[in-house]
Design a protein around this ligand. Structure first.
Ligand SMILES: [Zn+2]
Length: 179
């Protein structure tokens, strides 16, 4: 890749709040070479290298699976052995933000996420639900369903239970009406 293109990527990363160390690692350009000094993250996040958000049970788990799926769609399923580049990182960030603008995501979080996946701290599995089969991450190989399917099946069980209860409640009336 031409020098000017690499420098352009370095500047672009700087303008979306990417940490200096990451820019230098991906482009080989030091801090003094960026024309644009690193801007604050456009959404005000200051994400560091941490996995707390990945192990939480809340909405962030959906973000992680979304990120993983975007990566696989764009760059293939060999997530663990891939080499991150400035171009890939920019592409992942812009796609993610276009699809899920309300999620708490940043270019730094994306970078560290894939670094953690490469270090095999998390397991990448494919959902066991026939209609889903989508990739997801977890800490445990025994987890077979993605977060979305787990939530859906819990909801389904709850709805079944609720409707069974109301059927039972309706039953005496129905019986007496027949009698
Ligand atoms: Zn699923």
């Amino acid at each position: 890749m031409r020098h000017i293109q690499v420098l352009e990527q370095a500047n672009l990363l700087a303008s979306i709040g990417c940490q200096h160390v990451i820019i230098t690692e991906l482009t080989g350009h030091g801090k003094k070479e960026f024309e644009v000094s690193t801007a604050p993250d456009p959404n005000g996040h200051s994400h560091r290298d941490s996995t707390t958000w990945l192990t939480s049970r809340g909405k962030f788990r959906y973000s992680a699976d979304r990120l993983l799926r975007i990566f696989i769609n764009k760059f293939g399923s060999d997530v663990v052995n891939h080499r991150m580049t400035a171009g890939k990182l920019i592409s992942l960030y812009t796609t993610y933000m276009a699809l899920y603008p309300k999620d708490e995501m940043s270019v730094n979080r994306i970078y560290y996420f894939f670094k953690r996946l490469a270090s095999r701290e998390f397991v990448i599995s494919y959902c066991s639900e026939k209609k889903c089969k989508k990739p997801f991450i977890s800490k445990n190989v025994r987890v077979r369903q993605c977060m979305t399917c787990t939530t859906l099946s819990k909801l389904r069980k709850k709805t079944d239970k609720d409707s069974n209860q109301s059927m039972q409640l309706d039953l005496p009336e129905a019986t007496s009406a027949v009698a």
